[in-house]
Ligand binder design. Structure first.
Ligand code: ADP
Ligand code: MG
Length: 701
C-alpha cells in the first residue's frame, strides 16, 4: 500500500480561531470580509513569493481553505501574470461555472468580464477576461488551436488528485510547453525567434489530498506548499451491518438526525443523479408529514449535469427554523464547499467511468456504481467539520472501510481513450509516447489482433481506441491522422458522433442529424424515467414513436417541442407541455445550445447545417450508422441479436421503441449490463447500408 507522506514545506499557518462568516450573503464588503477570513489568506504573500521563485508549485490544502477561489485572485492582484491570462482547470463543469460565479462576485463584477469560464458547449469570456475557470477537457482542446498555450502566463491545475484523463494529458503537455516557453530547451523548428516567444509559463498544481509527492516528482521535485485548513473533529459512526438499499438507509438516517440532533445542515453523498432525485422525492414526502412545529426541511440537489445557476440555493444561507439537506455526488467531496454543514451521511458509493470494450466490441465508457475509496471516505467525513465539531454517518461497516482501496485508479488506466488519442494525433502526439504520470498497462494477452493495422505491444485501451479510430476512418493503417480524422477532431463530440455529422453532409440530412446528436450529447436523457405512471407516460410518448427506432423518435419529440416553443407558448406553458409528455425540458434546452455550437462548427468546416432530407428516414439512419458501425448487431434465427464486431449477444432494451420488434439489423448508442446485455438507443438499419460502410468490410481485411 502507498504511504501518504507529510508535505515538506509549510506556509506556517495555524488553525484560525475566528469562525467563518455566513454563506453567500450579498454585499461586496461582506465578501471581502469572508475572503480575509479564509485560512489561505494569511499565507498570501508567502505563496506569491514561492510562485514567483519557482516554475512549478504544488499546493496542498484542505477543502474549503480557499485555494480555488483565492489563488487566482492573488496571482492577478500581484501582477505575476503580466498581461497573460490565468487558467484554472476543474474536472467538472459545474465546479468551473459555479466557482467562476463566486470569484466574479468577489471581484464585484459579472461572469464573462474579468472572470470567465469555458466548459464544453458553453463559454463566457471576453477580451477583458484575465481569470478563466475551465474544464480540463477544454484546456486540452485549446492546445489544438494554441499548442504553446501562449495566451496564458499561469495555468493552475486544480483537483489534480482526481487524476482525470484530461488532467493527466494536460499535465504531460504542460511539462513540455514549459520547457519550450521558458527556454530550458531550444525551441525546435525554424523561424521561431526569441522575440516571438510567449511569456514564461508558471504552473501551479493544486490538490486537496496529501498525496502530492507524485506531482512533485513528475515536475523534477517541484516545491510542495501546504495550507492548513481549519478542520474540527468529526465523530464517525459506522453501520453495524452492510446496507442493501443505501437510498432507503440514507433517508432513515436523515430523519433520525432531523428529529434527534441539534440544528445544522446535512450533506448526503450519493452516486448519481437518479439516486439523488429519488431520495429527494422521498425526503420531501416524509417531511411534509412531520408535525407542523418541527423544523422544516429544505432539500438541495447537487450534481455535475446541473445547469449553471441551478445550484444557487445550495450556497444561500439556510432560512430560520429550517434544516438544509444537500444531496450531492462526489462533487461536494473536494470541488465545492458548502457552508453550514454539520452532518454528513456517506452512502459509500460513487459512479466511476469504465471502459468495457474488450468483451463487447463497442467504444464507449460505462458509468458503474461502485464502492468509494478510503481517501474519498475521509474527504466526505471532513465536510462535516469545517465550521465546528461534526458528525459523519457511514452507511457501511468499519470492516468495509478498512477494506477499501486507498485511492481511485487514475482514469487513464480505465477509460476510453478514443477521443483523446484523436486530439493528440492532431497535435502530432502519440499517447503511448507521451511523458505521462501513469501509463495504461500493457497486457499482451488482452491486446487486439488486427492484422491490417500496425498495432504491436501497446496498452489494450490504446489499441482499442486506435481500432475505433481506424474503423471510423480517422486514422489510416499506419496510425496516421486522415483528413476526415482532423475534421472529426474539430467537433466537441465523441468521434462516433462527429463521424455521423460528417456523413450527414453526403447524405443531405445535416439538419436532422444535428438535432439528434445534440440531444444525445446533452447531460441527461430526453425521456424521463418513470416508475409510477408508466402507463400514462407510454401513452403520452406513443405519438413520438417512429417505426425506425429511438433516434428518429428523439427527432420527433424534439421537433414537437420546437413547434410548441415557436408558437406563442410562454415559459410556463412549455414546461407544462414537457411534463405532460414526460419529456425532460432541461435536456431540450441544453440540446438547443449544443446544436447552436455544432452548427457553428459545421459552418467552419463548410458543412451546410440547413440541408434537410424532409421526412425521409434512410439518410438519417445511414449517417448515424457511419458513426455507430461498431455498435451494430444482426438478428439471429433464435430472435437474439449478435454483435457484428464483438462476441456478445445483446437484447434490445425494454424501454426502446423497437423492444417488441424484430428487425434484421440494428445500431445502438450504448450497452447496459444487468443480468443481460441490453442495447439502448436503438434504430433499425437496412442491411444494405452496412455494405457501404468501409469499417465493416475492413475489419477482416
Ligand atoms: P478550496 O479550493 O481550498 O477547497 P474554495 O476556494 O473553493 O476552497 O472555497 C473557499 C470558500 O469559498 C469556502 O468557504 C466556500 O464556502 C466559499 N465558496 C466557494 N464557492 C462559493 C459559491 N459559489 N457561493 C458561496 N460560497 C462559495
Ligand atoms: Mg478547490
Amino acid at each position: 500500500p502507498r504511504k501518504i507522506k507529510k508535505p515538506r514545506h509549510s506556509l506556517g499557518l495555524t488553525e484560525a480561531l475566528s469562525t467563518p462568516g455566513p454563506g453567500n450573503s450579498g454585499s461586496a464588503a461582506s465578501l471581502q470580509e469572508q475572503r480575509k477570513e479564509l485560512p489561505i489568506a494569511k499565507g498570501r504573500d508567502a505563496l506569491i513569493q514561492e510562485i514567483q521563485n519557482n516554475d512549478v508549485t504544488v499546493l496542498l490544502g484542505e477543502t474549503g481553505s480557499g485555494k480555488t477561489t483565492q489563488v487566482p485572485q492573488y496571482i492577478l492582484e500581484s501582477g505575476l501574470a503580466g498581461n497573460g491570462m490565468i487558467a484554472v482547470t476543474q474536472p467538472r463543469k459545474v465546479a468551473a461555472t459555479s466557482l467562476a460565479a463566486r470569484v466574479a462576485a468577489e471581484k464585484n463584477t459579472s461572469v464573462g468580464k474579468l472572470v470567465g469560464y469555458s466548459v464544453r458547449f458553453d463559454e463566457r469570456s471576453s477580451a477583458e477576461t484575465r481569470v478563466k475557470y475551465m474544464t480540463d477537457g477544454m484546456m486540452v482542446r485549446e492546445l489544438l488551436s494554441d499548442p504553446l498555450l501562449s495566451q496564458y502566463s499561469v495555468v493552475i491545475v486544480d483537483e489534480a488528485h482526481e487524476r482525470t484523463l484530461r488532467t493527466d494529458l494536460l499535465i504531460a503537455n504542460l511539462k513540455t510547453i514549459q520547457k519550450q516557453r521558458n527556454g530550458l530547451e531550444a525551441v525546435s523548428g525554424k523561424g521561431k525567434e526569441n522575440a516571438n516567444k510567449p511569456h514564461p509559463l508558471k504552473i501551479v498544481i493544486m490538490s486537496a489530498t496529501l498525496d502530492a509527492e507524485k506531482f512533485s516528482k513528475f515536475f523534477n521535485n517541484a516545491k510542495i506548499l501546504y495550507v492548513k485548513g481549519r478542520q474540527h473533529p468529526v465523530k464517525i459512526y459506522y453501520s453495524s451491518e452492510a446496507q442493501t438499499d443505501y437510498v432507503d438507509s440514507a433517508m432513515r438516517t436523515f430523519f433520525q438526525i432531523h428529529t434527534d440532533q441539534p440544528p445544522g445542515d446535512v450533506l448526503i453523498f450519493l452516486p448519481g443523479q437518479e439516486d439523488i432525485e429519488s431520495l429527494e422525492k422521498s425526503i420531501k414526502l416524509f417531511a411534509s408529514q412531520l408535525p407542523k412545529d418541527e423544523m422544516e426541511v429544505l432539500t438541495c440537489p447537487m450534481y455535475a449535469s446541473q445547469a449553471p445557476g441551478q445550484n444557487a440555493k445550495v450556497f444561500a444561507a439556510t432560512p430560520p427554523k429550517t434544516r438544509k439537506c444537500i444531496l450531492s455526488t462526489n462533487i461536494a467531496e473536494t470541488s465545492i464547499t458548502i457552508p453550514g454543514v454539520k452532518y454528513v451521511i456517506d452512502t459509500g458509493m460513487c459512479k466511476e467511468k469504465r471502459y468495457l470494450a474488450r468483451d463487447t466490441g463497442g467504444g464507449f465508457d460505462t458509468l458503474l456504481t461502485r464502492a468509494i475509496t478510503k481517501s474519498s471516505a475521509m474527504q466526505r467525513a471532513g465536510r462535516a467539520g469545517r465550521e465546528g465539531m461534526g458528525v459523519c454517518f457511514r452507511l457501511y461497516t468499519e470492516d468495509a472501510f478498512n477494506n477499501m482501496a486507498l485511492a481511485p485508479e487514475p482514469e487513464i488506466m480505465r477509460c476510453s481513450l478514443t477521443s483523446s488519442i484523436l486530439q493528440l494525433k492532431c497535435l502530432n502526439q502519440d499517447l503511448e509516447e507521451l511523458d505521462l504520470m501513469d501509463m495504461p498497462d500493457v497486457d499482451s494477452s488482452e491486446s487486439f489482433h488486427i492484422p491490417a493495422l500496425c498495432i504491436s505491444l501497446i496498452p489494450a485501451t490504446v489499441a482499442s481506441a486506435l481500432k475505433t479510430l481506424w474503423l471510423l476512418d480517422a486514422i489510416n493503417r499506419n496510425k496516421g491522422l486522415t483528413a476526415l480524422g482532423r475534421q472529426m477532431a474539430f467537433f466537441p463530440l465523441e468521434p462516433v458522433h462527429a463521424r455521423a455529422v460528417i456523413a450527414s453532409k453526403e447524405n443531405g440530412c445535416t439538419r436532422e442529424v444535428l438535432d439528434i446528436i445534440s440531444v444525445l450529447s446533452a447531460s441527461s436523457k430526453l425521456f424521463v424515467d418513470v416508475t409510477e405512471q408508466r402507463e400514462t407516460a407510454a401513452e403520452a410518448r406513443r405519438k413520438f414513436r417512429h417505426p425506425s427506432g429511438d433516434h428518429l423518435t428523439i427527432l420527433n419529440a424534439a421537433r414537437a417541442y420546437e413547434e410548441i416553443a415557436a408558437g406563442n407558448a410562454g415559459k410556463a406553458a412549455r414546461r407544462a407541455w414537457c411534463r405532460e409528455q414526460f419529456l425532460n425540458e432541461r435536456t431540450l434546452l441544453e440540446a438547443a445550445e449544443i446544436r447552436n455550437q455544432l452548427r457553428q462548427t459545421c459552418g467552419r468546416l463548410g458543412i451546410d447545417w440547413k440541408v434537410s432530407c424532409g421526412d425521409k428516414e434512410e439518410p438519417v439512419v445511414k449517417s448515424l450508422a457511419y458513426g455507430l458501425a461498431q455498435n451494430s448487431a444482426f438478428l439471429q434465427p433464435d430472435g437474439s441479436y449478435k454483435q457484428t464486431m464483438g462476441q456478445s449477444t445483446v437484447k434490445i432494451h425494454p424501454g426502446s421503441v423497437l423492444a417488441e420488434k424484430k428487425v434484421p439489423a440494428i445500431i445502438y448508442d450504448e450497452l447496459i449490463f444487468t443480468n443481460q446485455i441490453y442495447a439502448r438507443g436503438v434504430s433499425s438499419v437496412p442491411k444494405s447500408v452496412f455494405a457501404s460502410i468501409g469499417a465493416l468490410n475492413r475489419r477482416t481485411a
